[in-house]
Ligand binder design. Structure first.
Ligand code: HEM
Length: 376
């Protein structure tokens, strides 16, 4: 059901509109404030708040506002982080995980309860939770039947989406800005692409200048559609810094891998996407470089060839169903932030991965923000 929904036009439009709204109302004002007051900000924290809020609104509907100048504490967010950390460290029965589970249950069962009440009152909703709840309809009345899905199933599903949507895209954005801070050439080409989009939209640069002076520019889904180089740069980031750096599979029936290796039933296979990105025989001698060009063919279109060795979203039947959603979110954030601001890494700040289930940074991404002089 989620698969069908994620590929529907209504869902895609909702993702685009939610992302646009949060960038416009929360992300850019926050960065603008940081620029005016010469704040040092942790972009990883900011991006994780952005992806949490946007994923939350898509799943539960309603509002979630964790991206304001005060950067408020959020009990559920903290519980998800504590719970994940405890699980990664295999502290399954430890107090921290038990406490985190209780808080997660309190919030998620609360949302489920309110949503059910809303639906019973006939409130229209186009979020994912409502879609799950109304997926069992009475064929005559088209109303949800009494045998709606069990609350524990709904809690687990909602938590999966919240976690899958927030951490993956939030860390991808973090690594993107870090890589770009060390690759001014790539940044220049992306900015050029953005300028061209605006120029073609407005026929001449003039309207773009007025628009920029009046307020900060937020790109919409239509403007972001044909940005080949930006898409390629995001794929390059996801190749080098896959948000899920490792995956695991268990052999169901004995089989032979394409290189002749026999794998016995029950064998656990660990696949390191992070290591694969750094293997010369897979990506070539320049595998360590950020090179968006490897994703573009000689006609200037995105080349499908690298996708055959790109498993950041997994492959096959259990691949990621949120891939398009992630690209929509990342593009609106990257284009709007880069167009309006210069992001400078804090001098002396070390950025390196933290070994964990998701490829977070060890110390965050500390930066200073400057408003960019008009590009048009
Ligand atoms: C850059 C962003 C993302 C990356 C790199 C990513 C990566 C992945 C990977 C590697 C898997 C396979 C996991 C496995 O083999 O067990 C997966 C599955 C999944 N992802 Fe994503 N993901 C991203 C964004 C999202 C978003 C935004 C959502 C939705 C809110 C999402 C929802 C899911 C779900 C529901 C699954 C399970 C699919 C299934 O088992 O059939 N992901 N993702």
């Amino acid at each position: 059901m989620a698969h069908t929904r994620f590929t529907s036009k209504t869902f895609r439009n909702n993702v685009a509109s939610v992302s646009h709204t949060i960038v416009q109302d929360a992300l850019l004002p926050l960065l603008s404030h940081a620029a005016k007051h010469d704040w040092v900000v942790d972009l990883e924290d900011i991006f994780l708040r952005f992806t949490y809020d946007s994923t939350f609104r898509v799943i539960f509907g309603g509002n979630s506002n964790n991206l304001s100048i005060e950067l408020p504490d959020n009990e559920l967010l903290k519980a998800i982080d504590d719970g994940t950390e405890a699980m990664c460290l295999k502290l399954g029965k430890e107090k921290k995980l038990i406490e985190a589970s209780k808080i997660i249950d309190k919030h998620l069962f609360g949302y489920i309860f309110s949503k059910r009440e809303e639906l019973n009152r006939g409130v229209e909703a186009n979020d994912l939770l409502a879609a799950y709840m109304t997926s069992h309809k009475n064929p005559t009345t088209s109303k949800p039947t009494s045998s709606t899905l069990d609350d524990k199933f709904l809690r687990d599903t909602a938590l999966t989406f919240l976690f899958a949507g927030r951490d993956s895209t939030g860390t991808a954005l973090t690594w993107f800005f870090w890589l770009i801070s060390k690759s001014p050439g790539v940044e220049e080409i992306i900015l050029q692409e953005l300028k061209e989009v605006l120029a073609s939209k407005h026929g001449s640069g003039d309207i773009g200048i007025d628009e920029k002076k009046a307020s900060l520019k937020v790109f919409n889904a239509e403007e972001l559609k044909g940005l080949v180089y930006l898409h390629a740069a995001l794929c390059e980031t996801l190749r080098l810094y896959p948000p899920l750096p490792m995956n695991r599979r268990i052999v169901v029936n004995e089989d032979v891998l394409p290189n002749g290796t026999v794998v016995k039933q029950g064998t656990k296979i660990l696949i390191s996407y992070y290591a694969m990105a750094r293997m010369e025989w897979v990506w070539g001698e320049d595998c360590h470089e950020l090179k968006p060009e490897r994703w573009i063919d000689e006609t200037g279109k995105l080349s499908p060839e690298p996708l055959t060795k790109f498993f950041t979203f997994n492959a096959g039947i259990r691949n990621c169903i949120g891939k398009d959603m992630a690209f929509t979110q990342m593009k609106v954030v990257v284009a709007s932030v880069m167009f309006n601001f210069e992001v400078g890494l804090l001098e002396g700040h070390v950025v390196k991965p933290k070994p964990s289930l998701v490829l977070h940074t060890k110390h965050g991404l500390k930066v200073r923000i400057k408003e960019r002089a008009s590009l048009i």
